[in-house]
Write a protein that binds this ligand. Structure first.
Ligand SMILES: Cc1ncc(COP(=O)(O)O)c(C=O)c1O
Length: 482
């Protein structure tokens, strides 16, 4: 309903104590009246003198508000004349500086990819506070921030002299190729390595480049939900493969899928190591160029009981294994860096996709990391963390066996940052996680990591991120809860 000149001031309500100034409030309310059609195109607004006196504000306030709306195109103002509205109500242009909130109209139609992401409900389904014994993390408090800060500083200072351009910085690629060869037995030239913001980025890229909707992907069950989510989002049919003592089981008689995702060094979440026989069987599955393997070595830097088993990628004679790593566990999760070693035949395709999706890590951080590795700080940090996490693993295992041995059966992992303790009786791991959470101990239910019908019931407990006294306190709480 159009409003008369007399009514305009009555419809405006200015707050003198609010954070927003009077000019902004007046402009915003006049914009609303014009936008809703109540002051239509061609109407002259009251003069600044009249409106100022009716609103009890200075004339300048009104003049400035008119000027603002004239600049946005709502009014035509000329000196000595009342300003005239120049837009229709339904022409509610989202002019620059419009302060009214956007209205939510209807349900947006998402792409098939985004709809599948929504269904996957990852990572939204797991939002736990960063408290003992939350799994999945190393101890950020132990990270040598001063040394890292020096590397960052030097990298920033050198920025002007650096070659602009390469998305994957050659120094970091070289440093990683050497480190991965020496410590994980990965066989790759520097130009097979993409530097990415996370391991998850690597999975999304692989899916984008290889998966045609409807193709089959196998993942471990229970397994890492981020992987299943990335492959499902690409339209793959994701099948969960059960585990046995040797790791992911073989599926005799079943046609090989397009892609197999696995964590052979420390299966996520159980921490099991895939046997050599099983590794070789998987490497022989399907045809090279048709079936690909994604090896996620998310925490392969940490091994405690024996020399680490080299990466599956190093056994691959046909160039069919992608090797994924992250610095989220070995350094800190905030560092937001991961990498992908790409089979030679796919390097070009992956690099183009990386550029298009824009999964690029900041050059100055890549350069800083190259220096951190080349100067030996990365290996020194890993050596120190290996000792620390080893002691923490043993502390947690001993405590669980001593205080909770009746209810939980611990699977002692040979490495990694977390362990599984299975419920000896019943299947109520979700209820146990809830109860422990209320008492202040963060854990994760094993059944929640099942892809299909959960068969394993237990708790996933982190040890790497927590000091021994924190672990002891959490164990006391757990013992009183069970
Ligand atoms: C098995 C596994 N892979 C990958 C990641 C993710 O690493 P990023 O944070 O670099 O994506 C995690 C994180 O918890 C993980 O558990």
């Amino acid at each position: 309903m159009p409003v008369s000149d007399d009514m305009i001031a009555a419809l405006i309500e200015l707050k003198r104590t609010g954070e927003e100034g009077l000019v902004a409030q007046l402009a915003s309310q006049l914009r609303e009246l014009i936008g809703s059609g109540r002051i239509g195109r061609g109407r002259a607004l009251p003069s600044s003198r009249r409106l100022a006196s009716e609103l009890g504000v200075s004339r300048n306030t009104v003049t400035y508000a008119f000027e603002q709306l004239a600049a946005e195109g709502y009014l035509a103002a000329s000196h000595g004349r009342r300003p005239v509205v120049t837009v229709d109500g339904d022409e509610r242009i989202e002019a620059a500086g419009v302060a009214t909130p956007h209205v939510r109209s209807g349900t947006p139609r998402l792409s098939p990819w985004a709809s599948r992401l929504k269904q996957a409900d990852w990572p939204m389904s797991y939002q736990a506070p960063m408290k003992p014994l939350r799994p999945g993390h190393g101890d950020a408090r132990e990270f040598p921030n001063e040394i890292w800060a020096r590397c960052l500083r030097r990298s920033a200072v050198r920025a002007a002299k650096r070659e602009l351009g390469p998305v994957n910085r050659p120094r970091l690629r070289e440093a990683l190729a050497q480190y991965l060869a020496a410590s994980r037995g990965v066989r790759a030239t520097a130009d097979q390595i993409l530097i990415l913001p996370s391991a998850q980025a690597a999975l999304t890229l692989i899916a984008a480049v290889l998966i045609t909707p409807g193709e089959e992907v196998w993942v471990e069950d229970p397994g890492y939900p981020g992987a299943a989510a990335a492959f499902r989002a690409s339209g793959a049919r994701v099948g969960g493969i059960r585990l046995d003592e040797e790791g992911m089981q073989r599926m005799p008689g079943v046609a090989a899928p397009k892609l197999i995702f696995m964590t052979p060094s420390h299966q996520h979440p159980t921490g099991r190591l895939m046997s050599l026989t099983r590794r070789i069987e998987f490497l022989r599955l399907g045809k090279p160029g048709k079936t690909w393997i994604v090896e996620d070595d998310y925490d392969g830097e940490f091994h405690y009981d024996s020399r680490p088993v080299p990466a599956l990628q190093g056994l691959d004679a046909h160039g069919r294994v992608f090797y994924v790593g992250t610095f989220a566990k070995a350094m800190t999760s905030d560092i937001r860096l991961g990498y992908l070693v790409v089979p030679p035949a796919l390097v070009g395709a992956l690099e183009i996709a990386q550029r298009h999706i824009g999964l690029i890590a900041a050059a100055h951080i890549q350069e800083a990391l190259a220096e951190f590795i080349a100067d030996g700080h990365f290996l020194a940090h890993l050596r120190r963390m290996r000792r620390l996490y080893h002691a923490r693993r043993d502390h947690l295992v001993e405590g669980l066996e001593r205080h909770l041995g009746e209810v939980l059966a611990v699977e002692v992992p040979s490495g990694g940052i977390q362990l599984v303790a299975r419920l000896k009786r019943g299947r109520a791991d979700q209820a146990a996680v809830k109860r422990l959470g209320e008492a202040g101990v963060v854990t994760r239910a094993l059944s929640g990591l099942a892809l299909e019908r959960p068969r394993d019931h237990g708790l996933l407990l982190g040890f790497a991120a927590w000091r021994e006294n924190e672990i002891s306190a959490a164990l006391r709480t757990m013992a009183s809860c069970f």
